[in-house]
Design a protein around this ligand. Sequence first.
Ligand code: SAM
Length: 201
Amino acid sequence: MVQDLRERGIGDERVLAAMARVPRERFLPAEFAAEAYASSPLPIPAGQTISAPYIVAVMTAALELTGIERVLEVGTGSGYGAAILSRCAEQVVTIEYHPGLARSAARVLDRQGYHNLEVRLGDGARGAPDRAPFDAISMTAMASGGLPEPLVDQLAPGGRLVGPVGPGPRGGDGELLRLRSDGHLETLMPVRFVPLISEPS
Ligand code: SAM
């Protein structure tokens, strides 16, 4: 998998080392464990997906982590992305909307000894104001109305927010964006993602 990621242009050694060390099969339902290192997204419970390794690598590399950062992940899902982030940064808060996913991710992560990481249940689009500001925020579900304002507000000076934004509320096709705290916005690549569930405020 790591060789494939290198060949596809991932050059961040911290990310590649993390991806070499985290056993992806432990984050998947047993019936998909054999496909854990395939270059595709895979189903997890609650109708959600674990992103393809390449997307995890692109998103993590785009956060430009050096090991000292406080990171927020929106969309814990299986917990795999959180495990990668926790090996690349100092502290990770990850928020999942579905209780079953939050519970199982917390259990898997705890069993593997990821202690610089907190799994929360809730609407991640609101961020974690009590733990803000964040040096890096990874949003792993597709927002239909642009990058959520609370996440932008919770970026530390110099911080980066990476996540998919698409045209419709049902997820699907969109663009992976990176916003810097100074307002500089880049489009990284076209992507497909499950939708960010948004609660009325
Ligand atoms: N990072 C995950 C992993 O490594 O398995 C993959 C995430 S999956 C592509 C997107 C996740 O975002 C799903 O688990 C979904 O339930 C979650 N999600 C969607 N809307 C959310 C919200 N408003 N707050 C928190 N989580 C949300």
